[in-house]
Structure formats: structure tokens, C-alpha cells
Write a protein that binds this ligand. Structure first.
Ligand code: CA
Length: 267
């Protein structure tokens, strides 16, 4: 089997580690300082039972800075998707237990996943079924074999369409601007000095303007759920963030919702 010019029958292509084997070239260079974004990087789930392809897709998606989860069976994917919903699903057509097409149909029937962006993968010969795939609710499809740059381009395009903020380099709320590439924050066009924790906190809040997050949710998402930090720590950093962004006589953009948590205001 050959995909993207790589012969999967060669021993070099059969890998189990996450490192790049010879011949596996990511669609783009991974060393572009994206690691700091990883915490809020879009989550992509890949459901594919061909292991070499699964590994290749994971490798290329991770090189692009996405968080990736791979699953090799349809029923397993259905269970995982009940626990947590990714930002995008890459779904193979033919899978053990539950086919991709059936899983897609079931996902569209559930409110939690009815709008989940889905790219369907089909083998050549299943092309006549494309229409059926799209009718069942997939947003896009790719016919195997496809190139990795094409795959990544489709993933990006779909994410941009479905969830523009997740791939945006610049987040804005009123006169506040956060540049994710430069890691800088501006208010009314003026650069603001901000600590790394306050930056992550602000980035997280700006990804969902208006949405109220509890202290616990902020701890899990900004500090990570393996870190033990007191919930009052959130208040301390919110205080610092307020001080940093509310320069001069600016309107306070952080809203405290008593008993609920914090949000970045959109009103
Ligand atoms: Ca398959």
C-alpha cells in the first residue's frame, strides 16, 4: 500500500513511536514556536482502522499543533465521543463494529455532536458513495490515497468555517486585541505588559467571549487538571489580569458573576 508516496509495506514505515521516521515528512515544519499554544489547540479525533495511516495522520496533525486522539474502531469512537467532543472528527468510512457512515448518522442525531465538523475518508471505489456520505452529514470527504498537505488544508478549512476562533491568530473583544503569534496583548492599540498565566487566562476567556467559566473550569483549562492549585489562585490572577488590561479609564472587560465565575464581557 502506498500513501503520499510512502510505502507502508516497508519496515521503516511501520513504527510505534511518536518520533518522525525516515520518509515521514510533516506537511509543515513543526518547529515554529507553536508549542505554547498547545493548551488551547483545536482537538482532532481520528477514527481509522489502518494503523499506518492512523499514525501518519496523527503525526501530521500534531506537527500542525493540533491535539490528537486516535481510535481504531467505530464502537470505541462512539463511546469516546460521549465522554468528550473534539473540535473536528476525521472518520474513516469502513470501520470495525460500527461503520463510519453509521457513526456519522448517529452523531448527527445527538444534540452534542449534531454540528461537530466531520471529514470522511473513503477508499477509491467507494466514490459513488460520496454523495451518500455527505447526505448522511459529513462536512467534507477525502478519497484515499490523498496527500498530507491536502489533508491538512481540508482540516484547516473546515475548522476555519466551523470554529473560526480556534484557528485565529488574533482574538479581539472590543478594543482589546490578543495576538497569538506574537504572544502580545494590546488595548486601544497600546501594548500591554502581561504575565504568562494572565496571558493564558485571557486567551482562554477570549476564545469564548461572554461565556461564564467557574473557577474550577478555569483551573482545569488554564492551569491543567494535574496541577494542584487553590481556587483562590484564580481570583488572584483575575485581579492581576484586570489591572493589566484595564489601563487608564478603560471599561472593565472582566465580568465577575457572583457564585458562578468569570467571563470576558461582550456587552
Ligand atoms: Ca477502514
Amino acid at each position: 500500500m502506498s500513501l503520499n508516496g510512502i510505502d507502508f509495506s516497508s519496515p521503516a514505515a511501520r513504527l510505534s513511536s511518536q518520533s518522525a521516521p525516515a520518509g515521514m515528512v510533516p506537511a509543515r515544519d513543526a518547529g515554529s514556536g507553536r508549542s505554547e499554544q498547545a493548551m488551547f489547540a483545536p482537538k482532532v479525533m481520528v477514527v481509522e482502522d489502518e494503523e499506518p495511516l492512523c499514525v501518519l495522520l496523527r503525526y501530521n496533525l500534531e506537527a500542525e499543533g493540533y491535539q490528537v486522539e486516535t481510535v481504531m474502531r467505530g464502537d470505541e469512537a462512539e463511546l469516546r465521543l460521549r465522554e468528550s467532543v473534539p473540535d473536528l472528527l476525521v472518520l474513516d468510512w469502513m470501520l470495525p463494529a460500527i461503520s463510519g457512515i453509521e457513526l456519522c448518522r448517529r452523531l448527527r442525531a445527538r444534540p452534542e455532536t449534531e454540528r461537530l465538523p466531520i471529514i470522511m475518508l473513503t477508499a477509491r471505489g467507494e466514490e459513488s458513495d460520496r454523495v451518500r456520505g455527505l447526505a448522511t452529514g459529513a462536512d467534507d470527504y477525502l478519497v484515499k490515497p490523498f496527500s498530507m498537505p491536502e489533508f491538512i488544508a481540508r482540516v484547516r478549512a473546515l475548522l476555519r468555517r466551523a470554529k473560526p476562533e480556534s484557528v485565529a491568530n488574533v482574538l479581539t473583544v472590543k478594543d482589546l486585541l490578543l495576538d497569538r503569534e506574537q504572544h502580545r496583548v494590546f488595548r486601544k492599540g497600546k501594548a500591554i505588559g502581561i504575565g504568562p498565566t494572565e496571558y493564558r487566562l485571557l486567551e482562554f476567556l477570549m476564545l469564548s467571549p461572554g461565556r461564564v467559566f467557574s473557577r474550577e473550569q478555569l483551573l482545569d483549562n488554564v492551569w491543567g487538571n494535574n496541577v494542584y492549585v487553590d481556587e483562590r489562585t484564580v481570583d488572584v490572577h483575575i485581579g492581576r489580569l484586570r489591572k493589566a488590561i484595564n489601563i487608564g479609564r478603560s471599561v472593565d472587560l472582566i465580568r465577575t458573576v457572583r457564585g458562578a465565575g468569570y467571563s470576558i464581557t461582550v456587552e
